[in-house]
Design a protein around this ligand. Structure first.
Ligand code: KG4
Ligand code: ZN
Length: 338
């Protein structure tokens, strides 16, 4: 018998609902919130309000697109955390009432684990999936981690950022240059026509597998401040080279630790996940490094890089198979728990 899971994602500024049949994706609907653009970042209160408005139409649309009736669902999976508490509360409360109303179980999902499990969303042409154990570099706007993945539910963080996330480094560098939010995709686009070696920025010497990006942000800020003293138009004239150089530095920092993690664990399968895994510089550099070192890489489809409910549904599916259900008194958590 087939298992139908409805996934709900509302941890930040995207309201998303998806339906899967076993591991096969039937629909994945995402409502982005443009309201934050003029603020240069996500405004939590506005995000919660937009989720409230979006959640019912987004779920209805996802069910219609999947050609599934509510009473065919086996369970509802929702993001419990980490994320913005007000935003998470909308998805969590919706899941509770839906589960009660339909008399079906609900499954709580960790957003970061779901990013990793997006690699298991069934693909039409049966593309290859990672074997266990594998390593995953999870790089998003809020997190940067290297995770050892031993099963869909057994994951250990072996390296993490001690300050800013990689996505934040992109977004802050873009903000310093006066580029719109979110800055990652804008820098990625400009970097394609710039020289990655035009400017050199320092890479931190962090111990072990941990990351730090706050020093890079500061040195980028000071470099631009000094350059603007000499030429008012420095940023405008060098936007592409600055983007290519900062992207090159961020990617170098990320991959240096990946190389080390592979050496230390002996695991030669590496996946990337999260919003920054859409970055073309990271994808190209990892692919090249893997070729040179005989590693196997897993690079997600673009639709599964940024926040989406398909990854919540697949993570929920694995927990559903284990009978790992949430109770009605479950509450969201804001900070990472693993
Ligand atoms: O995973 P995600 O959608 O949300 C979080 O859970 O944080 O990641 C959003 C982050 C933002 O910082 C955004 O700038 C970055 O992913 N991002 C990119 C690219 N696309 C999105 N960064 C670099 N290059 C990209 N192409
Ligand atoms: Zn995310």
């Amino acid at each position: 018998m087939s298992t139908y899971i409805l996934g709900i994602e509302s941890s930040c500024d995207d309201t998303s609902a998806a339906v899967i049949k076993n591991t096969q994706l039937l629909s994945n609907v995402i409502a982005n919130q443009d309201v934050h653009k003029s603020f240069g970042g996500v405004v939590p209160e506005l995000a919660s309000r937009a989720h409230q408005q979006n959640i019912i139409p987004v779920v209805e649309f996802a069910l219609n697109k999947a050609k599934i009736k509510k009473n065919q669902l086996s369970a509802i999976a929702f993001t419990r955390g980490p994320g913005l508490l007000g935003s998470l509360l909308v998805g969590t409360s919706f899941a509770k009432s839906f589960s009660l109303g339909l008399g079906i179980p609900m499954v709580e999902v960790d957003h970061l684990k779901a990013h990793i499990l997006s690699h298991f969303i069934g693909k039409e042409y049966g593309e290859e999936k990672p074997n266990f154990p594998f390593l995953c570099l999870t790089v998003s706007g809020g997190h940067t981690q290297i995770v050892k993945v031993e099963s869909p539910t057994k994951m250990t963080v072996i390296g993490r950022t001690i300050d800013d996330a990689a996505g934040e480094a992109f977004d802050k560098a873009a903000k310093i240059m006066g580029l719109p939010y979110p800055g990652g995709p804008v820098i990625d686009k400009l970097a394609k026509i710039g020289n990655p070696h035009a400017f050199e920025f320092p890479t931190p010497s962090m111990k072990g597998l941990d990351y730090s990006f706050s020093g890079l942000k500061t040195s980028f800020l000071y470099f631009l401040r000094d350059s603007l003293k000499i030429d008012d138009d420095f940023i405008e004239k060098n936007k592409a080279d600055l983007s290519a150089s900062i992207q090159y530095t961020i990617v170098t920092i990320l991959l240096n630790k990946v190389k080390r993690a592979i050496k230390e664990t002996g695991i030669k399968q590496i996946a990337i996940a999260g919003g920054v895994s859409a970055n073309s510089g990271l994808r190209d550099a990892l692919t090249l490094m893997a070729k040179q070192n005989n590693w196997k890489t897993f690079i997600p489809e673009f639709q599964f890089t940024t926040d989406n409910a398909a990854m919540i549904a697949i993570a929920g599916y694995f927990k559903y198979l284990d009978g790992d259900f949430a109770e009605q008194n479950v509450v969201p958590y804001a900070r990472s728990r693993f």
